[in-house]
Design a protein around this ligand. Structure first.
Ligand code: SF4
Ligand code: SF4
Length: 713
C-alpha cells in the first residue's frame, strides 16, 4: 500500500474562501498531523508565483505529496497539477465557501472536516506507479475492408501508424461493390462511385504503411491494449499479427424482409428490397423478377421495419435518401415510369434536402404519407398496396408492378472478433445490437478497451458519415496506443496512471471482480482465480467495490484511504443536534453537478460531508458500515442514471449499485437500523438545481428517524 509521509498543505484564501473561512485556523489544524511537513496559506494559489513557490518547496522540503485546499479538483488549473508527487484537492471553494454562510461556525466546521479528510486520504495514498505492457505495439488492426475500413486504414497511415487491414472477401470495397452509385445520384454511365472507390484503392496501394489481407478470416484476438495478438487464416495458411489497438469496421446487414409479414416478401415475387434494387441498377436492368418485364408503376415503401417497435425501433438514417437516389435513376432511365413513395416522414437532413425537392418537382412521382396495412396479389403477379393512416384519413389502394421495401440497417455481429476474453467473444451491446460503451460521451468506444467501432456497425449511417467515423475511431485507436505506452488510462479518467492492485494471497476465487468488471479486464484460471489485464482497465474501481475481501486497491484510491477519510472527522453527539450525512458522489455527473450548484451559489446544508468516488459502483460495503459505526446519521450515494438510457460513464456501475443497495437495505434491517439510513440518488449533470432540495429532504428524513443509535458507541 502506498503512503505519503511528507505532505505539504497549501491553503488558498482567494475566490471568497478567506471571507467565508478562517484559514489560519485551518493551518493550525493541519500542522498538528505528523504526516504534514508544512502548511501555508496563500492569497492566490493558482498564480504563476505560487506555482514556482510550490515547485521550490517540493524540492527543498523533499515533499512526497501535496494537498491543495482551494477550488474544486475539476476547476483546478494546470498550474496546480503535479506529476512528480502525489497530490490531493480539498474543495474549499465550491464545496464550502460558495455554498455555505460566510463566517458561520458550521461553515468553519465543514472546512476543517474536509481538510482532515484530505490529510487522512493523502496519508493513505501515494503517487501511482504505472503499468506499462512489455514492449507495447503501435500498429492498428482494422477489421473489414468496406468504406469505413478503407478510410480507417488511410487515416491511420496518414497519421504515421502502420495498419493491418483484414477483409474476408476477395476484394475491398464491401457493399460499395454492389452499388450503382453514391448519393447524390449522377445519373451518368460514368458513376461517381467508380472514381470514388478507385481513388481510395489507389491511395491504399501506394501506402507503404498499410498491409492488406484479403480472403482472410480472423481466428482470434487475445491480449490487451498495446499487446493484442490477432490470429489470421487464409488459403495460404495461418499467420499472426501483434497490434496496439483494433478498429471494428465490419459494417451492416439489411433487416430481414421476411420478418415484415404485412408485406409478404416471401409470398410475392415482385417485392424486392432497396439493396436488391441497387444491384439491379448496377447491372443497368430494372426488371420484374416474375417475368423480366420493365415495371411501369413502382411503389417504394419507406421505413420498412424501421421506426417500428416490433422490428427496428430506430431510424436507419440513409433509406430515405437512397430511395430518392434510386427514384432519380429510374425516372431518367424509364421516362414513362410512375413512382409512388409511401412514407412515415421523409428524412433528408442538411443539404440533402435539395435532393428531396428535385424529386418532388417530378410530376410522375407521388409522395403518400401512410402505412402499408397489407399487400394483395393481382393477376400477372402485380400487387395492390392497401395504405392506411394517410393524410386523407381514408384507406387507399395503389396498384404496382414492382414494390421496393426500404428495409433498415442492422449491425453485423461483433462475435467476428473472436475475443479470447473471459466475458465472451464479441462486444457487449446495450441497445439494438450496436456495440456501445457510452452513447453520449464516448462515440467509437466499446466496452472492450482498445477496440473501437466505426461505421454502420456502430450506428446506422451513410458513406460520408462512415468516413468521418473512421477518422474518429483512428484518433481513439492512436490515443489508446500512446496512452498505453505511458501507462495511462484512455478515458474517462484520461491520464490516470493508477490501476487495480490485487493482494492475491487473500483471494477466495469468488469471481465477483471478474463478473462485475464492465470492461472484461479480468480473465480467470479454471479455478476462478482472477487474471488481471491492467491495460484493459478503465480505472472505475467497480471491482474494488465488489470485492468482499477488500483486496483490490489503487495506489491513489483504496479501501483504506476512503475508510480513513470517513473516520477522520469528529462527529457531533446527539445532544448537539447537528446531524452528519456522508455523501459518496460520483465524479462523472454528480460531482460536476455539485460544482454547478456552487457556481449558481445554491445553498447546501453544512451538515453534509462529500467524498468523491470514481463511480458509485466502486463503493465498497465496508465504507458504509465504517460510516454508520463512526456515527454518521445517514449516507447518500449519488451517481449517474442507470437503465436502458443509462448515463453511467462506467456502463453498469450505477446499475450494480442499485442491486447492491437492495442487499445493503437487508443488512441495515438485520442491524436494526432504519432503511432510510442509506439512500441512493441518481442525478444528471444538468440537474444541479435539484441538489439543495435533495439534501434538505434527506436531512428532514434523518430528523424524522432521529440520530444514529451507533453514535457514541
Ligand atoms: S472493474 Fe473497473 S477498475 Fe476494476 S478492472 Fe474493471 S475497469 Fe478496471
Ligand atoms: S472479488 Fe476479490 S476475492 Fe473475489 S475473486 Fe476478485 S479479488 Fe478474489
Amino acid at each position: 500500500m502506498k503512503e505519503s509521509k511528507n505532505t505539504g498543505v497549501y491553503i488558498c484564501s482567494g475566490c471568497n474562501i478567506g471571507d467565508a473561512i478562517d484559514t489560519d485556523k485551518l493551518q493550525s489544524i493541519a500542522i498538528e498531523y505528523p504526516s504534514v511537513k508544512q502548511c501555508q496559506v496563500h492569497p492566490v494559489l493558482c498564480s504563476p508565483e505560487a506555482y514556482l513557490k510550490l515547485n521550490d518547496e517540493i524540492n527543498e522540503q523533499q515533499l512526497d505529496s501535496l494537498i491543495i485546499a482551494g477550488c474544486s479538483p475539476r476547476h483546478a488549473p494546470d498550474s496546480l497539477k503535479f506529476s512528480e508527487v502525489h497530490s490531493e484537492s480539498v474543495n474549499l471553494r465550491e464545496g464550502v465557501a460558495w455554498v455555505m454562510e460566510a463566517g458561520h461556525e458550521d461553515t468553519q466546521a465543514a472546512a476543517e472536516d474536509y481538510l482532515r479528510m484530505g490529510i487522512a486520504r493523502t496519508a493513505a495514498s501515494g503517487l501511482p506507479e504505472p503499468y506499462i505492457p512489455d514492449a507495447p505495439e503501435s500498429d492498428i488492426l482494422v477489421l473489414g475492408g468496406g468504406i469505413t475500413g478503407i478510410h480507417s486504414a488511410l487515416e491511420g497511415a496518414r497519421a504515421g501508424y502502420s495498419v493491418v487491414l483484414v477483409e474476408k472477401e476477395d476484394k475491398l470495397g464491401g457493399r460499395l461493390n454492389n452499388m450503382h452509385d453514391i448519393i447524390p445520384a449522377s445519373g451518368s454511365k460514368q458513376t461517381n462511385l467508380k472514381f470514388f472507390l478507385e481513388e481510395k484503392l489507389e491511395e491504399l496501394d501506394a501506402s507503404t504503411l498499410i498491409t492488406v489481407h484479403k480472403n482472410t478470416s480472423l481466428e482470434s484476438i487475445e491480449g490487451e491494449p498495446g499487446k493484442f495478438l490477432a490470429k489470421l487464416k487464409n488459403g495460404k495458411g495461418a499467420s499472426e499479427c501483434k497490434v496496439g489497438s483494433v478498429i471494428l469496421a465490419n459494417g451492416w446487414k439489411p433487416y430481414d424482409p421476411a420478418k415484415l409479414t404485412n408485406l409478404g416478401y416471401t409470398d410475392h415475387k415482385n417485392i424486392i428490397t432497396q439493396v436488391e434494387l441497387e444491384t439491379m441498377q448496377k447491372e443497368d436492368r430494372i426488371l420484374r423478377p416474375s417475368d423480366g418485364n420493365v415495371p411501369s408503376t413502382i411503389v417504394f415503401i419507406q421505413c420498412a421495419g424501421s421506426r417500428d417497435k416490433d422490428h427496428l425501433p430506430y431510424c436507419s438514417n440513409v433509406c430515405c435518401l437512397t430511395s430518392l437516389k434510386q427514384v432519380s435513376y429510374i425516372r431518367q432511365k424509364y421516362p414513362e415510369s410512375r413512382i409512388f413513395i409511401i412514407y412515415k416522414d421523409i428524412r433528408t437532413p442538411g443539404k440533402n434536402e435539395h435532393i428531396y425537392r428535385e424529386v418532388q418537382k417530378d410530376n410522375h412521382v407521388f409522395f403518400t404519407k401512410g402505412r402499408v396495412d397489407r399487400i394483395e396479389k393481382l393477376e400477372n403477379d402485380s400487387l395492390r398496396m392497401i395504405v392506411e393512416d394517410n393524410l386523407l384519413g381514408e384507406t387507399i389502394s395503389i396498384r404496382a408492378d414492382l414494390v421496393v421495401a426500404a428495409t433498415g440497417m442492422e449491425p453485423n455481429q461483433s462475435d467476428d472478433l473472436h475475443l479470447l476474453y473471459r466475458k465472451g467473444e464479441g462486444l457487449p451491446d446495450r441497445k439494438y445490437g450496436f456495440p456501445d460503451s457510452h452513447f453520449i460521451c464516448f462515440p467509437y468506444e466499446t466496452q472492450r478497451t482498445g477496440i473501437y467501432a466505426a461505421g454502420a456497425v456502430r450506428t446506422p449511417q451513410g458513406i460520408q458519415a462512415c468516413m468521418e467515423d473512421a477518422g474518429g475511431a483512428v484518433v481513439k485507436a492512436i490515443q489508446c496506443i500512446e496512452s498505453t505506452k505511458r501507462g495511462e488510462a484512455v478515458h474517462p479518467r484520461s491520464g490516470d496512471k493508477s490501476y487495480p492492485d490485487l493482494y492475491m494471497q487473500r483471494c477466495t476465487d469468488c469471481k465477483r471482480c471478474t463478473e462485475e468488471c464492465p470492461f472484461g479486464s479480468y480473465d480467470e484460471t479454471e479455478k476462478g482465480t482472477p487474471l488481471p489485464n491492467p491495460a484493459r482497465c478503465r480505472r472505475c474501481g467497480i471491482c474494488m467495490g465488489s470485492c468482499p475481501e477488500r483486496i483490490i486497491n489503487f495506489d491513489n484510491y483504496s479501501i483504506h484511504a476512503i475508510s480513513s477519510m470517513i473516520k477522520s472527522i469528529p462527529i457531533p453527539d446527539e445532544f448537539e443536534e447537528k446531524p452528519r450525512v456522508l455523501a459518496f458522489v460520483c465524479e462523472n455527473d454528480a460531482y460536476p453537478a455539485f460544482d454547478l450548484a456552487a457556481l449558481h451559489r445554491h445553498r447546501i446544508s453544512p451538515w453534509l460531508r462529500i467524498i468523491p468516488v470514481r463511480c458509485i459502483g466502486s463503493i465498497n460495503k465496508i465504507w458504509l458500515s465504517d460510516a454508520l459505526s463512526a456515527g454518521y446519521d445517514g449516507i447518500l450515494q449519488i451517481g449517474c442514471k442507470p437503465g436502458e438510457d443509462y448515463q453511467c460513464h462506467f456502463i453498469t456501475g450505477s446499475e450494480l449499485m442499485k442491486t447492491r443497495s437492495e442487499n445493503i437495505q437487508e443488512t441495515l434491517q438485520t442491524m436494526m437500523l432504519e432503511p432510510e439510513r442509506i439512500e441512493t440518488v441518481f442525478l444528471e449533470i444538468d440537474e444541479y438545481h435539484r441538489i439543495p432540495e435533495i439534501i434538505d429532504d434527506y436531512m428532514e428524513t434523518i430528523e424524522d428517524i432521529g440520530p444514529n443509535p451507533f453514535k457514541d458507541m
